[in-house]
Design a protein around this ligand. Structure first.
Ligand SMILES: [Cu+2]
Length: 153
């Protein structure tokens, strides 16, 4: 008889403990546990798209008016003055002036012979692919104050 009573008391005790456990739970918590996984944020593109960094086009302009030396003072004879590109990039120079220019590798101290556009007429363009990292000076043989740099990484 004593064993049976202890058994009932123990069983009731376990049930009470379980019931108290449920009562103690915050109803919001129960709902939160059963809520479905939130969907991906619709405004966030996939990670691989986020990693794509748009670089400016590898284009250098020979702007209007560079046939007079004023552009030398603020390095605006070629724009941008120093173009930074990755190895293997094809760089395009566009002649946006009204007279012919050249894109000749080297400085007025001497041509390097790596590239030389010859005369690039107005509205024409010259392209060169930089395969090796380095700093490449170039200038215009016709207007030697025109100087620019391509930095290849
Ligand atoms: Cu020129």
């Amino acid at each position: 008889m004593a064993n049976f009573s202890y058994g009932v008391i123990a069983a009731v005790g376990v049930l009470v403990a379980i019931s108290l456990g449920f009562v103690a739970m915050d109803p919001d918590e129960i709902v939160a546990e059963r809520a479905p996984e939130p969907a991906a944020m619709p405004n966030q593109p996939p990670v691989d798209e986020v990693m794509v960094v748009e670089s400016p086009p590898p284009v250098v302009s020979m702007p209007l008016g560079t046939s007079t030396p004023e552009c030398k003072a603020d390095n605006t004879c070629y724009l941008p003055y120093n173009l930074e590109v990755a190895a293997g990039t094809a760089v395009t120079w566009t002649n946006d002036d009204t007279v012919a220019h050249t894109v000749s590798s080297g400085t007025t101290d001497g041509l390097t012979g790596l590239f030389d556009s010859g005369l690039v007429m107005p509205e024409a363009a010259f392209e060169y692919v930089f395969e090796e990292p380095g700093t490449y000076d170039y200038y215009c043989i016709v207007h030697p104050w025109m100087a620019g740099i391509v930095t290849v990484s």
